[in-house]
Design a protein around this ligand. Structure first.
Ligand code: ATP
Ligand code: MG
Length: 450
């Protein structure tokens, strides 16, 4: 396949070459262009040192984003290009980042330090494709294979373990047997890697098309990051609603969920509390009372430990806590849920509920799906009709209640939520006069009782 570089990439390469240096595009962008995928960022590797790179681009803004590791960012027409000096990585401490790097004048040194053969190819128009490790063949067959000895490479930097699974999940690659064996053998080293780095890869892995295969085959690797999931492995749910053990159900639910980090993480952890809440009835069927609440609490613990952003954790928590809510298509039920969760969370809730149902047995499936669809239709109707379901759109506000002579903040809140409740249940129209009339009576009756 012919590689066509964008003009901006050609410009970077030509500028360095005109100054007597070598320069190539390298890594993910070469892999992606050879697979006919859109390239999201062009990375360059060069024989120039960081100071030499800067001196070649004096008329452009350059940003030192890691001079010690050899990386300079050049801004051309508002676009950032990362240019890194050929380097070999020095000693690794505890399977983390290299402590030191050594710059080199040899492209092969730089390609040898890269993780997988498909990520270790370089290209420029003058030399063509530089493929020292048969990356093109692995790309054609869809294989993740370590550059060099897998045990050595995973020991140097254990992040590569989860990166291998990420590439397999997103691109459907298979993992070469020796690399795969080494992943399982070295999996515990992942716990040495900074969790921020692991989470970036885990999120990408979860959003892959082939996530189901990876979560099944490499569940023990994922369990080194989230040990709590082990309790789901082979857990027999003994329920008419389920024909899979808890982990296989979870994996299938993740796969059925839209490719979104928050939603897929919520699905990964949605039933974590089931084994701890199980009870068995006289017919031998299992029940899991209150498991959503426990699962949500456990998920929050996991995600806090892995330093996820607070907003991410809160959304996952809300979705898990509500994942088993049996919604019905009545307007009042839908509006109450909208009021409690907000539009975006409720839309997401409906989509994970669908994924959950599709990961269950066929028992009552049609019934569950058609109820869910009716709920969804009612949800869309409420949204597009502009009918009131929250305090924001209630026809009276706190000031109106104060005008009725109420001073206590608590009573104002109580009156407003009573009014909203009546509007949601369609017992009162969302009209100012009618609401104020009811509010006056309500306040009188409350004050009379006090
Ligand atoms: P993506 O398309 O997600 O950006 P990528 O392969 O470009 O995938 P990056 O993290 O951007 O991934 O890394 C760029 C390149 O740097 C890789 O293609 C690989 O050659 C090299 N690389 C990245 N991380 C490592 C690592 N931990 N060990 C060795 N080489 C790595
Ligand atoms: Mg990249």
């Amino acid at each position: 396949m012919k590689i066509v570089l964008p003009d901006s990439a050609k410009f970077v390469i030509n500028t360095l070459e005109d100054n007597g240096f070598e320069c190539f595009v390298v890594g993910g962008c070469v892999r992606d262009i050879l697979s006919d995928r859109k390239v999201h960022d062009w990375d360059f590797t060069t024989s120039a040192t960081p100071d030499e790179i800067i001196s070649c681009f004096t008329s452009y803004t350059t940003i030192d984003i890691g001079k010690r590791f050899g990386t300079i960012c050049v801004v051309i027409d508002g676009e950032n290009f990362e240019i890194t000096t050929y380097r070999t990585d020095g000693e690794y401490e505890d399977s983390r980042h290299p402590e030191t790097v050594t710059f080199s004048k040899n492209l092969k040194d730089d390609l040898s330090r890269r993780d997988f053969t498909v990520n270790a190819m370089a290209y420029n128009d003058r030399v063509g494709l530089v493929d020292e490790f048969d990356g093109l063949k692995d790309l054609q067959y869809g294989v993740v294979r370590c550059v060099g000895e897998p045990d050595v490479r995973f020991t140097e930097d254990a992040l590569r373990i989860i990166r291998a699974l990420r590439f397999a999940s997103t691109y459907g690659y298979s993992i070469e047997p020796k690399t795969s064996e080494s992943i399982l053998k070295n999996k515990d080293k992942l716990s040495l890697v900074a969790c921020e780095r692991v989470v970036v890869e885990l999120n990408k892995l979860l959003c892959g098309d082939h996530v189901d295969f990876i979560l099944r085959r490499y569940k023990d690797v994922i369990a080194t990051i989230i040990p709590e999931i082990s309790i789901m492995f082979n857990f027999d749910q003994k329920s008419l609603h389920h024909n899979k053990d808890l982990w296989r159900h979870t994996v299938s639910a993740v796969k059925n969920t839209p490719k979104n980090e928050v939603l897929r993480t919520a699905m990964l952890l949605h039933d974590l509390g089931k084994p701890m809440t199980v009870s068995t009835d006289k017919d031998g069927h299992c029940h899991f009372h209150n498991h959503p609440k426990l699962s949500a609490a456990m998920a929050t613990t996991v995600l806090k430990r892995l330093k996820y952003p607070t907003a991410f954790i809160n959304t996952v928590n809300t979705l898990i806590e509500n994942h088993d809510n049996r919604l019905t298509p009545q307007s009042a039920v839908v509006k109450r849920c909208l009021c409690d969760l907000g539009e975006e969370n409720m839309r997401n809730l409906l989509s994970i509920q669908r994924a959950d149902i599709l990961a269950q047995s066929m028992y009552k499936r049609e019934e569950k799906l058609s109820t869910l669809e009716a709920v969804y239709n009612e949800f869309e109707r409420v949204i597009s009709s502009g009918e009131c379901y929250s305090l924001d759109t209630l026809a009276v506000n706190g000031k109106d209640i104060i005008h009725l002579g109420v001073q206590s903040g608590q009573l104002i809140g109580e009156v407003l939520s009573k009014l909203l409740d009546k509007v949601i249940k369609d017992e009162l129209k969302n009209e100012k006069e009618e609401l104020l009339f009811f509010a006056r009576h309500y306040i009188d009756s409350v004050e009379g009782m006090r």
